[in-house]
Each structure stands twice: as C-alpha cells, then as structure tokens.
Design a protein around this ligand. Structure first.
Ligand SMILES: C[S@@+](CC[C@H](N)C(=O)[O-])C[C@H]1O[C@@H](n2cnc3c(N)ncnc32)[C@H](O)[C@@H]1O
Length: 198
C-alpha cells in the first residue's frame, strides 16, 4: 500500500508498505510531527530509530536533521521494506539499516534514540487484529527490556524519545521523565516522553 506524508519543510514523501509491515498510523504520524520540531531544537548528531518498521520515522529524521540515522528492526520483512523506501528516497548513504532484536547487533552510542514501540497491552487478546498486527503491537516485555538496556547505548547527555498509550502501564525507573506532548484519541491517550538516564 502507498503511504504519503508531508514534512514541515513542505516535501511530501511517498513510501510503499507491504501488508506484513506496520503501516504508519495515528501514533506514527503523531511521532513524526513531534520529532521534526524536537530535532529543530536538538544538537543530536546521531539518531537510532528502534522498531523502524517501514523506515518512516528514520526517514523523517534523516530529512529533518543533519544527524546520521540508524534504523533498527528485528523483523526481516520490515527491514527489507525500510531498505527499499530509504533507497528510493535517495537516503541510502544517510541511514544505516540494521536487523536486530533491540540492541543485540548494535555496538555504538547515540545522542538520541527514538522508539514507537509495540504498545497495546491488550493486543494479544484482540480478535480484530491479524497475527502479524498482534506481534507488531503487543510485546510488553520488549518495552521493559528496552528501558533497561537503552541507557547503555546513549552518549553523555543522550536522550530517549518514546511514545506510549495511556493503556500501557510502564514504570520508568532509572530515568528522569519529561512529557513532551499528549493527544487524546477516542479510547486512549497517546503520550510522547523524553527520558534522560538519572
Ligand atoms: C508500532 S511499530 C512502529 C513502526 C514505525 N516505527 C512507525 O512508527 O510506523 C513497532 C515496530 O517495532 C518492531 N519491533 C518489535 N519488537 C522489536 C524488537 N525486539 N527489536 C526491534 N524491533 C522490534 C516491530 O517489528 C515493528 O516494526
């Protein structure tokens, strides 16, 4: 399926997303809108997009900032999709693509790590979601593990920007937390936080 998004700069990007890959939805768009403004005021020189899916947020970062970008996903089909989209937008030299379960294949530190995680706690039980959607949306452990490990992959003064649904109950132990933006949806609220290791 085709996907279009217009950046603050006025540039419209066109992406192709097969049905097995997470199609950017309200959460992804909300994140993309925030991250462009965030990067405008940030000095980040290196960014990691964890769970890149189609590559959408990595692409938005690469087009909104001079930073180098690394796009990570554990899913092979998502990685192939991200690579196709990144190359067709001429960003192959700016975005490094790595297939990795969280940080398993990552050996550097980043000024900024962004993550639009699988975040719906009840997705496992939701009969309206396909098997693929359930696995993309419902891994509570992945968020817990991410929060435990991610601080080891940040540079000094590095930050994490992460999105949660109000439906996700998560403790941010070990981090100073700032709420960047909130959005009310019909049955949940999306919140994007900035985390700094204590
Ligand atoms: C909600 S989707 C977000 C996709 C994309 N960033 C966006 O905003 O449209 C979550 C993504 O996290 C990936 N993911 C889930 N568990 C992961 C893990 N352990 N390591 C890396 N990526 C993971 C999924 O494959 C999926 O592409």
């Amino acid at each position: 399926m085709k996907f279009y998004y217009t950046l603050n700069s006025g540039q419209t990007i066109e992406m192709l997303i097969p049905e097995q890959v997470y199609y950017p939805r309200e959460d992804s768009i909300f994140f993309a809108n925030l991250i462009q403004n965030y990067l405008y005021a940030s000095h980040a020189k290196s960014i990691l997009d964890m769970g890149t899916g189609s590559g959408f947020l990595a692409i938005v970062c690469a087009l909104s900032s001079p930073a180098s970008v690394t796009a990570v996903d554990k899913d092979r089909i998502s990685i192939e999709c991200a690579r196709d989209n990144i190359e067709s937008l001429g960003l192959g030299k700016k975005i490094n693509i790595v297939q990795s379960d969280l940080f398993n294949n990552i050996n550097e530190r980043f000024d900024l790590i962004i993550f639009n995680p699988p975040y719906l706690p009840e997705a496992d039980e939701n009969k309206y979601l396909s098997k693929q959607e359930k696995s993309q949306l419902s891994d509570r452990d992945v968020i817990k593990k991410f929060l435990e490990i991610a601080k080891n992959y940040l540079t000094k003064n590095g930050r994490i920007v992460i999105l949660f649904s109000s439906a996700t109950k998560i403790k941010f132990s070990g981090y100073d937390v700032k709420t960047l933006v909130k959005k009310k949806l019909e049955w949940e609220e999306l919140v994007i936080y900035e985390l700094r290791p204590k």
